[in-house]
Design a protein around this ligand. Structure first.
Ligand code: PMP
Length: 403
């Protein structure tokens, strides 16, 4: 029998793991929650234009797989992914300059999962991961969960600086370099070809993995395509390329893929078995069906055209919106413009005033690992049509004057 004197006393539950306690929630997702009111014109979220989703085409694909072969599309399926989807992705990747077979690929639950699988497969606590500064936030969360030490590599307006990379690699002995070389999140920057070649050379000479995360490359609406880092001499056997259907089909389907050398891919397959057995069978089957019967290129051309108009509406309106002395870029694709208010301005401190004016953006500071530019902000140009963008800029101008 329990001792009655002990009965009312309850012992505290054990503490959270250090990695959970030390990893913060994403400020971007918190801002998204704040700005969910329908009256807010948001430049904050990286939300693809929902009215441009090919909803009828996607619905027809689901309808087909659920009626033609429900016993397969509703069943458990292999961890590596749907064979038809892997074949279709392999053909698309090969057509873009990187010879790829279905067996080189692992289908993932969004490219976000590919990042976690890689962290599980590659990182010991204390390992060094190099990232561009500033860097995609949810990748930083994953590296933090893995207990990695994240070291920033300096950048300029064209992205990562290869000479700085070489020095830092020599000093820090990192396991991997994580980069988003095309239309980066948050900066919209694209790393030029000569720097890609140099990154590949550094990785080969010094021995490290390159994780090339490319969810935005197919959203190019101006300028020349720059080949994947994975295609440059030295990078072939040490680059993991990540792709996603989120920006070209629909993010809610949660479909991505990873292309990696065999031994690392096998380790990722095992990590995925432990994480979720496999990505949703029905979603993969619907995507494969969609790629078989729909004209994704025609759809993408429509999306690219709309995004170009939206970029122009945003960028052309910034001069009249942001204070004198502000700077910003004009990306040839993707979803984001990176702006910097003049010295003395703090984009995070100004956000509540912007939200009071029913407009939102993401302050740039949380994306930095090194010293932050407090005036920086990320503006997504894709979520709203040009007329709403113009109205959003009017509100933002008002907020900046009031703030
Ligand atoms: N990588 C980068 C650079 C991103 O911006 C995003 C989405 N915001 C992801 C990965 C994750 O994309 P998903 O999981 O939807 O494929």
């Amino acid at each position: 029998m329990l001792d009655a004197t002990l009965a009312p006393v309850t012992a505290p539950t054990p503490a959270l793991a250090a990695r959970a306690a030390q990893t913060a929630g994403s400020p971007v997702r918190e801002i998204l929650a704040l700005t969910a009111r329908p009256e807010v014109i948001s430049f904050a979220g990286g939300l693809p234009a929902a009215e441009l989703f090919d909803a009828p085409g996607i619905a027809a694909a689901y309808q087909h797989v659920l009626t033609a072969d429900p016993r397969r599309s509703l069943q458990y399926s292999p961890t590596e992914g749907d064979p038809a989807l892997r074949a279709a992705v392999a053909a698309r990747v090969s057509a873009r300059g990187l010879v790829t077979g279905p067996d080189d690929l692992l289908v993932t639950t969004g490219s976000q999962q590919a990042l976690s699988l890689l962290a599980t497969a590659l990182l010991e606590p204390g390992d060094v991961v190099l990232v561009e500064d500033p860097c995609y936030l949810a990748a930083l969360q994953i590296f933090s969960f893995a207990g990695a030490r994240v070291v920033p590599v300096p950048t300029d307006g064209a992205g990562l600086l290869p000479d700085a990379l070489d020095e830092i690699v020599a000093r820090e002995r990192p396991k991997l370099l994580y980069l988003v070389p095309t239309f980066q999140n948050p900066t919209g920057r694209t790393l030029p070809a000569d720097r890609r070649a140099e990154v590949a050379r550094v990785a080969a000479r010094r021995g490290l993995w390159i994780v090339e995360d490319d969810p935005y490359g197919e959203l190019r609406f101006a300028g020349e395509t720059v080949p994947w880092v994975a295609t440059y001499p030295g990078a072939e056997d040490r680059t993991v390329l990540l792709g996603s259907f989120s920006k070209i089909m629909a993010p809610g389907m949660r479909l991505g893929w990873l292309r990696a050398p065999a031994a690392l891919r096998r380790a990722c397959v095992i990590a995925k078995q432990a994480a979720d057995l496999h990505t949703s069978t029905v979603d993969q089957a619907a995507a494969a069906r969609y790629l078989e019967v729909a004209d994704l290129e025609a759809h993408l051309n429509l999306v690219r055209g709309a995004y170009r108009e939206r970029r122009d509406a945003l960028v052309d309106g910034l001069a009249a919106t942001l204070p004198e002395g502000s700077r910003w870029n004009r990306p040839d694709g993707g979803m984001f413009v990176w702006a910097a208010l003049p010295p003395g301005y703090d984009a995070a401190a100004l956000l509540p005033e912007a939200v009071r004016h029913d407009v939102a953006y993401v302050p740039g500071a949380p994306f930095f690992i090194g010293p932050a530019d407090r005036g920086a902000l990320r503006l997504s140009f894709v979520t709203h049509a040009p007329a709403e963008i113009a109205e959003g800029l009017r509100r933002l101008g008002g907020a900046l004057q009031a703030g």
